[in-house]
Design a protein around this ligand. Sequence first.
Ligand code: PLP
Length: 386
Amino acid sequence: MQLDWKQICSPTLILDEEIAKANIAAMVQKSARAGVSFRPHFKTHQSAEIGEWFREMGVNKITVSSVGMAEYFVQAGWQDIFIAFPVNLREHQRLNGMAAQVSLAVLLDSEEAMNGLSEKVFHRLSVWIEIDSGNGRSGMPWDNPRDILKLARRISGGGVHHFAGLMGHAGNTYAARGKSEVLAVHEESLEKMRSVRHLLNQEGVEVHGISIGDTPSCSLADDFSGATELRPGNLVFYDLMQQNIGACEEAQIGIALACPVVAKYPERGELILHGGAVHLGKDFLQGSEGKRNFGHLAWPDGIGWSKSEPNCSLISLSQEHGVAKVSPTMMQKVNIGDLLLVLPVHSCLTADLMGEFTSAASMARGTPIHSMRTRIAGYLNEIARK
Ligand code: PLP
């Protein structure tokens, strides 16, 4: 099977299905070996169709980051969904609607939020307490066990809702470089989660679960002792940020943005691609001397792309323009009107912005792989046509 590159005329997100399926399979196997459930975060792909690939490999529970995303995946038939974002009480009606149909879990870190939930949501929810085990974003500080205990007692002390356990997200692995640094953050963070559980158990509060899992930890660690479930999301596609951390190889990156070359400046070694911040997002890797890298460049190749070209990268983005600094060899080879592929720095944002995926198989079927974003866009188009 080949991708018909002639059909690609504007920025298009290309998905190498084989790579993505291999990434999913590796995590399915690793979690089975470690004896923990795999509850993948679907915010990376946000696609019912890609969700089916997980289901075919035995996954039956998922994580999402918003109520809207949970509703989309309920419609796609998922029955066990964790909204791993601090609960938004203003969305209580939609939570009630979903909790009446499926097993729904929410996240919070205060009695105030729990009181609001008890007042407003009448169908049973599983409630996780978010623990800040070092990331510093949200959650109760792990070393404040008195307050955690009080909240756990409040959740488990009667009422319709149920105390599911402790949830942590070691997003501080993103500042680590290399396996040993990532493992040090992962182990320290998991140890903190275990110590909170131990304390709650000693005080007679049963903690059913410990939910953890960022992509760097899940990719590099094998030991998840004490955890009951893993929630990585990014690993379905990986990206340059993960490669830079040491969590994947370039060959595991599963999406790339096909961008038409629209201008050439050999005297300054630069190209302009149609592919900017509205397609890729604004995340970058910090290079030496303050240089920014917004993506590596590769050539179209069969159903995917070549290895990235050495010394060629996107150095700045505006809304639609991507400015690429390229090597003299590449400058000689490239023509205006060619397509180049940009390996993204942060695949979650690129996938969210692009909203649909083109693969060799989807092209053969004549329709891209949709996500919740394209479904909304399709709906709006339908309204516009009426
Ligand atoms: N769980 C939570 C609460 C998250 O916020 C995220 C990502 O931000 C994930 C899991 C998935 O982590 P990753 O993006 O490293 O796969």
